[in-house]
Write a protein that binds this ligand. Structure first.
Ligand SMILES: NC(=O)c1ccc[n+]([C@@H]2O[C@H](COP(=O)([O-])OP(=O)(O)OC[C@H]3O[C@@H](n4cnc5c(N)ncnc54)[C@H](O)[C@@H]3O)[C@@H](O)[C@H]2O)c1
Length: 250
């Protein structure tokens, strides 16, 4: 275990079955966080939990679909039962829809907005009292997509909305002692990229033009999340931290 910054700072990580969410779960566990890991993928979630338990902290899992409006309450209840009042909430679960603006039917639009944005809002609403009681921290996974790209209107809107929601939360919850920040990754090497072949091709071309000319690693995103969630970032709120190899400075 690295330095135990999250002992008695229980955490929830959504989308923890793979990719960035798994790396965040492992990082927080390695720093001592008792955690509730959430995903709709039971198999991947169990694998992540095994890796986290190797770090010696108390880990529970909950299989839930964040598009289900009842999921945030189930998650909050399960987290309280397992670990008491939650101090760290990481809204990481996210989905993409690739297609032109006109190719987004209502189901595609609703799914992306529900999972990437509305579920985060509902989870924070469920956990406000816990986060205030623990003087906790929220970290939301936005994206460089906040700038707006072709071929992913719902995704970009969801991430822009999430970054702005984060700033609203920071202002409203600051007086409660709660900090809220977002991390905006650039291209990170995960299944999400591999499942969208057109995007993977764009990524390959684009990363060559970055100041740090490679894709990001999941551990690099997890390190930023862990920092923002910890007391090391005690005077940082309402911020969007780009972990993007310099994408925004090109
Ligand atoms: N990979 C990148 O390049 C990149 C870049 C910018 C932002 N992000 C963001 O980072 C986050 C993690 O991305 P990733 O690349 O690890 O993605 P990923 O697709 O590899 O993993 C996402 C996880 O979320 C879970 N999930 C999706 N929908 C769910 C639902 N309805 N209910 C419960 N769980 C659900 C999936 O099962 C999966 O385990 C996402 O919010 C993504 O938008 C990723």
């Amino acid at each position: 275990m690295t330095e135990a910054r999250f002992t008695q700072r229980p955490a929830i990580v959504t989308g923890a079955a793979r990719g960035i969410g798994r790396a965040i779960a492992i990082r927080l566990a390695s720093e001592g966080a008792p955690s509730l890991l959430v995903d709709r993928d039971a198999t991947g979630l169990a694998e992540t939990a095994d890796k986290c338990r190797g770090e010696g902290t108390a880990i529970e899992t909950l299989v839930a679909d964040l598009q289900d409006r009842a999921a945030p309450r189930r998650i909050a209840d399960a987290a309280r039962t397992a670990h008491g009042a939650i101090a760290v909430l990481v809204n990481n679960a996210g989905v993409e829809f690739r297609g032109n603006f006109t190719a987004h039917d209502d189901a595609a639009w609703d799914r992306v907005i529900d999972i990437n944005l509305s579920a985060a809002f509902r989870l924070v609403r469920e956990l406000t009292d816990d986060l205030a009681a623990t003087r906790g921290a929220i970290v939301n996974l936005a994206s460089v997509a906040v700038v707006g790209f072709a071929g992913q209107a719902a995704y970009d809107a969801s991430k822009g909305g999430l970054a702005t929601l984060t700033r609203s939360l920071a202002v409203e919850m600051g007086p409660m002692g709660v900090r809220a920040n977002s991390v905006a990754p650039g291209f990170v090497d995960t299944e999400m990229l591999k499942e969208a072949p057109d995007l993977a091709a764009v990524a390959e071309r684009l990363v060559a033009t970055l100041p740090i000319a490679r894709t990001g690693r999941v551990e690099e995103v997890a390190a930023a999340v862990a920092w923002l969630a910890s007391e090391r970032a005690s005077y940082v709120t309402g911020h969007t931290l780009f972990v993007d190899g310099g994408w925004m400075r090109r």
